[in-house]
Write a protein of this length. Structure first.
Length: 403
């Protein structure tokens, strides 16, 4: 019996129905384990875990909730089933909700009427008004730390959950804990690789940048010597080309500096800025793409608040994941812009476009993330290539953003 299970839970040991339920949970566990071994990131695992938990528990809704930057709140990071798009991203307080009770006590919760539960968070009552029976279990690591919760529910009128259901969901929750721990280990290994990469950049930047500046200097000397004899139009063109070269060199220096400045800690930690978190996502996508995407920042990116940053990171990751898995592109560019109209993320590729058979759940999530901030999400795919544009307004207190 794990710490996740209440001591009073009794698991039936016979009966065809109990066997069938165990088999359903075993199959769900196998699928999650296979996805973990395939290197699937936790951001992609959470929706899969929610989907498999809903199916195995014969529920109508399944929710995964994790802590936010505010220790007093949890957020729904994955939802599967009826009304999932509405529930995704909703926040619940630790001290006034069923989820908070599950998280704080580390004990499973079982109820017959979700909306009428005495610990329901009042603003959440409309979210679950159509659901009756439900259960919630905590996700805890071997040291006893609580990492999040699972909730599942059935529509009103359906049979209640029992102790076996709670036991199976609790056991399944341990797979989510393993997934999160695996991601942390992967991030630590990536931090070590990042250190090595920074050492290489520090060695190579000196020679490369100096070479570009040296060539530019020679070109300027040549233009100065030929200024009197060379046609004015030709001289002007050469000057513009030289200025463009200098702009490129400056851009390379700035990107390298931004890549070297932050310490190599997991980007989920608060010490890294928005820019570095985006760079980390782009770096993580490079192996699956087979090449490094181009990345450009415009405006005061670091001023984007935490409430939007999480969705910004998710948008870039999902767009690059789609390009790697479906587009078969040879070039991908990522542009992140902050100005007076808000935050805009634009990801373009030269792949085969978005066909009718392309899976759309990830793209639907991007639209939900935009609408949550009163923004927009558009896709332009004329046949070959695709351009994804995600735009959200910034809070009014961001008056310092340039127009």
């Amino acid at each position: 019996m794990t710490k996740l299970l209440h001591s009073s839970i009794k698991i039936p040991t016979s009966g065809d129905q109990a066997l069938h339920r165990r088999e359903a949970w075993l199959q769900a566990t196998v699928e999650i384990t296979s996805a973990m071994l395939a290197g699937t990131s936790t951001d992609e695992l959470w929706p899969l875990i929610a989907s498999r938990a809903r199916a195995a528990s014969n529920s109508d809704i399944a929710l995964v909730m994790l802590p936010t930057g505010d220790p007093n709140w949890l957020m729904i990071v994955a939802a599967a089933g009826e009304g999932a798009d509405t529930l995704l991203g909703q926040r619940l307080p630790l001290d006034r909700s069923i989820t908070g009770l599950t998280f704080a006590t580390g004990e499973p919760q079982l109820w017959n009427d979700w909306a009428e539960h005495p610990s329901i968070y009042p603003p959440a009552r409309p979210w679950v008004a159509s659901f009756g029976p439900g259960m919630g279990v905590p996700m805890g690591d071997p040291e006893g730390a609580q990492l999040g919760t699972f909730n599942v529910g059935k529509r009103r009128g359906r049979p209640n959950f029992d102790d076996l259901d709670v036991a199976m969901l609790s056991s399944f929750a341990s797979q989510a804990v393993l997934a999160k721990q695996q991601e942390e280990h992967r991030t630590q290994a990536e931090g070590l690789r990042l250190l090595e990469e920074r050492d290489r950049i520090a060695r190579d930047m000196h020679d490369h940048v100096l070479q570009e500046l040296f060539v530019t200097g020679i070109r300027l000397q040549s233009m100065a010597a030929a200024a009197d004899a060379e046609p004015r139009a030709r001289l002007r063109q050469r000057l513009l080309e030289t200025v463009a070269t200098l702009d490129d060199v400056i851009g390379q220096i700035r990107m390298t500096i931004f890549g070297l400045r932050p310490s190599p800690v997991p980007y989920q930690q608060s010490g890294d800025g928005v820019r570095q978190r985006v760079l980390n996502v782009v770096h993580d996508a490079t192996p699956s793409l087979g090449y490094a995407p181009s990345i450009h920042f415009t405006g005061p990116i670091e001023l984007v608040d935490d409430g939007i940053t999480g969705d910004l990171i998710a948008v870039v990751r999902e767009a690059l994941s789609n390009a790697a898995r479906h587009a078969h592109a040879t070039q991908v560019s990522v542009d992140v812009t902050v100005n007076g109209s808000g935050l805009t993320v634009r990801v373009c590729d030269n792949g085969r476009g978005i066909g009718d058979t392309t899976r759309r759940s990830g793209l639907r999530n991007l639209r939900v993330r935009a609408e949550r901030h009163h923004g927009t999400f558009t896709i332009h795919s004329p046949g070959e290539g695709a351009a994804l544009t995600w735009n959200v307004p910034l809070p009014s207190e961001g008056a310092g953003y340039p127009a």
